[in-house]
Design a protein around this ligand. Structure first.
Ligand SMILES: [Zn+2]
Ligand SMILES: [Zn+2]
Length: 95
């Protein structure tokens, strides 16, 4: 279970700030319903996801030297991005 609040880096604010846990609404249309994410209390927008879906030690490492998060289409990974939304790492699957 994701903690209610976290102290983490916000890429929008370019600073460490507080994130407040939100759960995506069931009517969310892109398949993310019911998943936790953090809203930055400073800029009131998306800060980072609250789960570790798609993160695997086998994934390429991002610029933070951490395993990246695989973004999925229906059947296979499509790309890799920073798991914590900190750096601008982006790598196409198989690229
Ligand atoms: Zn922010
Ligand atoms: Zn990163």
């Amino acid at each position: 279970m994701a903690p209610a609040t976290i102290e983490a880096y916000c890429r929008e604010c370019r600073d460490y700030t507080t994130g407040s846990c939100k759960i995506t609404k069931p009517e969310n249309s892109n398949g993310n319903e019911g998943r936790p994410w953090y809203q930055c209390v400073r800029h009131k927008g998306f800060m980072r996801r609250g789960d570790s879906l798609g993160i695997s030690p086998a994934n390429p490492h991002c610029y933070c030297h951490k395993p990246s998060r695989a973004g999925h289409s229906a059947v296979r990974p499509t790309n890799y991005t920073c798991a914590n939304n900190i750096c601008c790492f982006f790598k196409p699957y198989g690229g």
